[in-house]
Design a protein around this ligand. Structure first.
Ligand code: FCB
Length: 491
């Protein structure tokens, strides 16, 4: 690693160094997968879902004060009518992989269903078939944060009934689409981020605040849900590749000499990064002390049937690093708070840009989970990585946001980190950028834009940003060609 450089703004820019003089070509392995990641609620604008408010999220967005820019996902990118053009865009960007999620509430509008909604099946079948016909690999997520209201009203993932329904949903989906249309199965997206935001942070449904026990109950049920879905998929497709995505975040204490800040860093790293992964690896959910002082938490500990080793590849969502600090208050919170101190340059969401963290994760951080029971290194896929810029949802014409230098730099820095990790021996097999399009960014609403491709929401017009063009070039060459001189200003 090179020492951190200073940006004009005075913040450090995290860098990954390149060796040597003259043109540098950083080639990726031949079979490397290049793609984009999406999720249904954030892009679909599903009329049936919206009209009848059949999901927790579609209800949440219309409650007063839930979404920071007061937008909803009622229309979002209207992907349901634009998917063909959007797949064309992916093709024009030379991509070979697409990640999508299935709309559980729309596919299974009633509990206990014995078949999926035929209209929605038709839509996903057409989309997946189109991707396959054009030579794409597909990653399909079964649960990407959205529950049918008949489950969320009954307690969501805190209620074991949700596990049964998720198992049933998985079985119906696999019978319908696999193995012809799906290459990689992701049972759950970011279960820890989901539980945190829904039970502790309060900004996602069901809106719990500081409810650690609620979050831990949900985690236990999500683990069971994953284990059951994993078993169903393998029963129907013995050689399926199944995993879940993990949102991995390096944590650092605000002050390295303050033992309280260090404790918050340890607790956040332990729960956010390791609790889930270790539980899957061992098949046994165990919380660390002092959490187990609480009888309700102790009750959740123990072996979960079918969980041990239920992971065929590692699916990593990596965005940022977080500084944590202890807050003086009563009663004390051993997890502390996310500090507003930033050492590195930040995105407009305040997320530090820290590509070194991805390199370190791929080369060291994943060590406890790198090998399967037979000693084979698991394949690693970056299933999300990207950067937000803020532009009002009302903007339409003009060249606003198209020259997205910061996203370009972010993309390049992270690809250099991935390349370096591959060279160091990490078994990384693919990189999926979040996201293809600007989309509905949960509690941030439509203004937090993560797209390589800009969406002007009033007209739904799609326009490639500079980052999309550069990504297309990299993917086309399967290499970063002279990133220092061509486009990366920080190295
Ligand atoms: C991830 C989510 C994804 C998107 C990005 C920015 O945590 O999986 O849906 O919101 O963050």
């Amino acid at each position: 690693m090179q020492p951190d450089a200073k940006t004009p703004g005075g913040l450090h820019t995290s860098t990954v160094s390149l060796q040597g003089d003259g043109p540098v070509i950083l080639s990726f392995p031949d079979d490397f997968l290049w793609g984009v990641a999406t999720s249904h609620f954030q892009i679909e604008g599903n009329r049936h879902e919206i009209k009848n408010r059949i999901s927790d999220w579609s209800n949440w967005t219309v409650q007063e004060g839930r979404i920071l820019d007061q937008s909803t996902a009622d229309r979002a990118c209207d992907f349901l009518s634009h998917y063909e053009a959007d797949v064309d865009l992916c093709q024009s960007m030379n991509l070979n992989t697409f990640r999508l999620s299935l709309n559980w509430p729309a596919l299974m509008p009633k509990p206990g269903a014995t078949e999926l909604d035929p209209e929605m099946v038709k839509f996903y079948r057409t989309l997946l078939q189109m991707l396959k016909d054009r030579g794409f690999k597909t990653f399909v997520t079964l649960f990407h944060f959205c529950l049918p209201t008949y489950l969320s009203d009954a307690g969501g993932w805190r209620n074991a009934k949700t596990i049964d329904e998720f198992e049933r949903f998985t079985e119906l989906v696999v019978k319908e689409f696999g193995p012809e249309l799906v290459d990689f199965w992701l049972t759950l997206n970011e279960p820890l981020a989901y539980s945190y935001q829904g039970f502790i942070g309060g900004c996602w449904p069901p809106g719990g605040k500081g409810d650690y026990v609620g979050a831990f109950e949900a985690i236990r049920n999500l683990l069971e849900g994953h284990a059951r879905a994993y078993a169903v998929i393998h029963r129907l497709i013995p050689n399926a590749k199944v995993s879940f995505t993990v949102h991995w975040m390096p944590f650092v204490p605000r002050s390295s000499w303050n033992p309280f800040d260090k404790m918050t860093q340890f607790m956040r790293d332990e729960i956010f990064n390791h609790l889930w992964m270790r539980s899957v690896e061992t098949g046994n959910l165990q919380f660390v002390p002092p959490l187990t002082v609480d009888k309700r938490v102790r009750k959740l500990c123990g072996v979960i049937p079918g969980l041990r080793g239920s992971i065929d590849f590692l699916a990593i969502n990596y965005y940022t690093r977080q500084v944590s600090e202890f807050e003086m208050k009563w009663p004390p919170d051993i997890f502390g708070i996310r500090s507003d101190l930033a050492e590195f340059e930040v995105s407009s969401l305040g997320w530090e840009i820290y590509p070194d963290g991805l390199y370190k994760l791929l080369t060291h951080g994943l060590d406890p989970y790198r090998y399967d029971d037979h000693g084979n290194a698991r394949e690693i896929y970056i299933t999300e990585n990207g950067l937000a810029s803020m532009f009002s949802a009302e903007l339409s014409d003009g060249d606003w946001s198209l020259n997205d230098e910061l996203r370009v730099n972010y993309l390049l820095a992270h690809l250099i980190a991935v390349h370096k990790a591959v060279k160091a021996g990490a078994n990384v097999k693919g990189y999926l950028h979040w996201s293809l399009l600007d989309n509905f960014e949960w509690s941030e609403g439509l203004r937090a834009r993560f797209g390589l491709v800009r969406v002007a929401y009033p007209t739904l017009e799609r326009t490639m940003r500079k980052s999309a063009k550069i990504f297309a070039e990299i993917v086309g060459k399967n290499a970063l060609v002279d990133p220092v001189n061509s486009f990366y200003p920080y190295l």
